[in-house]
Design a protein around this ligand. Structure first.
Ligand SMILES: [Zn+2]
Length: 144
């Protein structure tokens, strides 16, 4: 079930601070300085592509991605949310879910694009705790 691939950083490490974790995927705070609410949804087992997942697992993965988006909208009211799945650097399915603000350091470019005049937008008080509560409300309890 949880087949790990040798040398894959997302099989060997959490990939960030775990905020929520389920049987299929985990949500991590990647601690990105320029984009402090940036998080990733990482499938627990090593799969290269979304089509390596069963159909129900794909649907569940997207349900988690959208739960993250919904929680970010509720808590941060961002100008936009960017969702991306590349895996060119680490070929283990993970989704980037990034709240964007007109005043952030890269807007309107992608967070990997050219810098603009913006600055990191501070998180509201107790953000990650409240974010976790939102995910638990939508997805159920975190697994031990
Ligand atoms: Zn992996």
């Amino acid at each position: 079930m949880n087949a790990a691939a040798k040398g894959c950083v997302l099989c060997e490490e959490a990939g960030g601070e775990i905020v929520w974790s389920g049987a299929l995927a985990r949500v991590v705070d990647v601690r990105e300085e320029d984009h402090p609410a940036f998080c990733r949804v990482i499938v627990q087992r090593h799969v290269r592509e979304m089509t390596d997942l069963e159909e129900a697992e794909r649907a569940e993965t997207m349900r988690i991605v959208f739960a993250v988006e919904r929680a970010q909208r509720k808590l941060l009211n961002p100008d936009k949310i960017n969702i991306a799945c590349f895996g060119n650097m680490v070929a283990h399915v993970h989704w980037h879910v990034i709240p964007r603000f007109r005043l952030d350091p890269h807007y309107p470019n992608p967070v990997w694009g050219s810098r603009t005049a913006g600055r990191p937008q501070p998180l509201p008080e107790r953000y990650w705790e409240r974010f976790r509560d939102e995910l638990v409300a939508q997805l159920g309890e975190i697994q031990a």
